[in-house]
Every structure is written in C-alpha cells, then in structure tokens.
Design a protein around this ligand. Sequence first.
Ligand code: NDP
Length: 446
Amino acid sequence: MHQLLQGVYDTVVSRNKGEVEFHQAVHEVLTSLSPLIEKDPHYAEAGLIDRIVEPERQIIFRVPWVDDQGNVRVNRGFRVEFNSALGPYKGGIRFHPSVNGGIIKFLGFEQIFKNALTNQGIGGGKGGSDFDPHGRSDAEVMRFCQSFMTELSRHIGPNTDVPAGDIGVGAREIGYMFGQYKRLRNSYDAGVLTGKGLAWGGSLVRTEATGYGAVRFAKNMLATRGEDLEGRRVVVSGSGNVAIYATEKAQALGAKVVALSDSAGYIVDEAGVDLELVKQIKEVERGRIKEYAERKGGSVQYVAGGSIWDVPCDVAIPSATQNELDGAAAATLIKNGVVAVSEGANMPSTPEAVEAFQGAGVLFGPGKAANAGGVGTSALEMQQNSSRSRWSFETAEAALDAIMDDIHDSCAATAEEYGRPGDYVLGANIAGFKRVADVMLAHGVI
Ligand code: NDP
C-alpha cells in the first residue's frame, strides 16, 4: 500500500478500535487506490483520504420497547451518515443481533462507493439495530419499529438521508417505520424511505433489484469471456430478499440453482430449486430453509451447519452476510471448477477468498458493484416519488439493467486503465472513489 494511504489506514485502526469489519473494508479500498495516487497525486491533497474514511455524522440511540409479555426491552440504534458529496445519504437499515458500530460503519463506507458507481446522485450511509426480528410477533416488530423511527425521524428526510431495507428489514418493517415517520411529521414525504409497498410510493422491481442485478453482473462478467449463464450450475447462499431474486433471475436465464441456505444450514436440490416453495416458506411463513427439504422429501438434502460452498457449482452468488465465504471455502469452490463469483451480499468474501479467486482467474464481482442494483433502483423509486409518477415493471427493469451494465463497463474500463484488466475490485474502488473525490474537492474542506 502507498505510504500515505498506509498512514491513513493506521489512523483508522487506532481511532476505531476493534471494528474489524470496518478496518477490512477500508483496507481493501485503500489498497486499490495505491495506483491512482501514484498516477494522480492530487487525489491525496486537501486531506481527501483522511476525510473520506471519517463519517460526516454518527448517531447512536436507545430504542426502548415493550414485548408481548409487558417486559421493557432496550436495544441500540445506529445511523452512520458517511458521505453526502453526491447527494442525500442513502443506505439500508439492518436489524440483526450482530449489529454494532463497526458493522454499520463498514456498510456505510462501502455504500459511498457503491452509490457513486450507480451514477444516481446519492451519498452513502447505513443504519440498524441489534434487535432480532426472528421469533417476534408482528405487534412486537411494530412497536420496535415505531420506537426506532421516533428517534431516527429527527435525522432523516427526502433531501437529507433516505434509508431502505437490509438484513431483517423488509416490506413489513419499512411499512411500520414509514407510518410512524408520517405520523410524527404530519407530512406524506414518500421519498424519505425506499423499499415501500407499491400502494404507497414503492417502485416495481425494487424488491427484485439486488438479486436481479447481481445475476446481471455475473452475466456481464461471463460475456467478457464469450460465455453465459445458460445451463450453468449455480449456488446461492442465504434465502432472504437477495437470494430469492438472484435465484429467480438465474433460473429465468436458463441456469440451474441447486442450493440455498439460512443461518442454520443449507439445502441441495439437484432437480433445481422450487422457488415458489422457497417464497412460501420464507416470504409468507417466515420459516426455516430446512422445511424445504421436509416438504419436498425425495432426494432433497438438508445439511445442518456446514458450508454451502462445499456444493460444486459453476457460478456462486453469496447473498447472506459479511465474511461468509473464507479462504478454505474459496479453495473448495476453485477445486470444484467455479468460473464466476458475483457478490449479492456486502463483503461476503474474506480478503483471503478474494485473493484466491483472483489468483485462480475466477471472474470476481465485488458486492459494491455486483449488488448495487438494489440501491440503484431505490434511487429510481426516489425519482418516481419526486415526480409523483409510477413506472411499469418493464421500464424499471430496463433502467436497472442499464445501471448494472454501466457499472460493469466502468469497473472493467477502470481496471484496464490502471493496468489490471479483469480486476473488478480495483476497478470498482477507483471508479467509485474518483466520482466522490472530484466532488469533495469541488466543495472545499467541509
Ligand atoms: P434478508 O434478511 O432478507 O436475508 C438474509 C439471509 O441471509 C437469510 O437467509 C439469513 O438467514 C441469512 N443470514 C443473515 N445473517 C447470517 C449469518 N450471520 N450467517 C448465516 N446466514 C445469515 O437480507 P437481504 O437478503 O436483504 O440481505 C442479504 C445480504 O445482501 C446482506 O449482506 C445485505 O447487506 C446485502 N444487500 C442487500 C440489499 C437489499 O436490497 N436487500 C442491497 C444490497 C446488499 P437467517 O434467516 O437464518 O438469519
């Protein structure tokens, strides 16, 4: 790493002690920026690098709520407003027991460059809570969301900060949060949240966008080698929003998705996953992936625990959570002949895994590029809210495809320009950084 960047990294580590995911995300970006700083030293002027790794604002708050037995529970809420050079802060809200300041900071940092890559005029932010919605009643989830939004509402707005969903936050939670925001403000500010229901300001294709986009990115990477997804064996980890719609699009393009997972285990269905059943179990009943094997029976296998990456495939789409695919899992995938990895989740591959994929010549699409279709379509939802218009599915999907194709091409062209053809990590980091950095320089030291 360039000496100046190393100095910034060392400060990040000492100033954000113990926040290992944040350190990891910063390390990857700064490593990628070395050739840029060598070539264009002005990007290191005006404290630009020191500023970009420090959030503009961090909000931490108490979220008290009452469970169904009448007990008072206390969770912790976070919103990290990382960078507003390109537009209002934009990024999801995660409800998961593992959430802490470092995880939200890593996600917010990634979001800056991802959002820049979409070219949609959105800054970077992220939020969440250590609240676990699993096993909670609808009434409990509603009371929690209302309490969370009571504080968050002071900090967000359609031109300030526009949250969306992420792990543990889907249409139900967005609905409760939007309702509370509207009540507190006495104003129908549809553009304050994205991922809304279709009847109250949501956009067609937003639900599908992240998964569809990750598959589009895989398709584009394969096309650079004259290959496609037709007939390919695909493994998708997770079985939430991203995984379900990655599966749907991969199947539509003629691939066979053979495995899905959740945090308890994974299923293998050699006949190809029955997505209607997965949607019924996960979206309607909020059940576990093991129920898929119980209901299907026959040759469907359920493996409790274990690693889904043991299942041989041509294309892997990790779509569960950060650091779910380590060096050993990457080695297994490579041994089994994987040709492309497109990250549906944020930072699912460890640095060792990324190095292994790139070393073996596997096409590797990092999350900040490959999963940017979700936030890109959120920006399209904001556009529709501002103009009080409603796009058809076809119009929204064509716009998503155009965003994904543009991201792919700009990452590929940037990698080429900096002497690393095919390195989408370097391409995404430099291309995203330059868009933000140019504007930060124009705005002066703020
Ligand atoms: P969901 O909550 O809908 O689904 C998450 C899935 O991942 C579930 O199957 C869950 O299993 C599994 N999972 C979550 N945490 C873990 C864990 N610690 N270990 C193993 N499995 C886990 O979330 P999304 O599909 O929305 O998000 C998935 C990933 O995609 C995240 O990294 C998110 O940041 C990223 N992403 C999402 C976007 C979106 O538009 N939704 C946009 C861009 C990125 P279980 O139910 O057992 O917990």
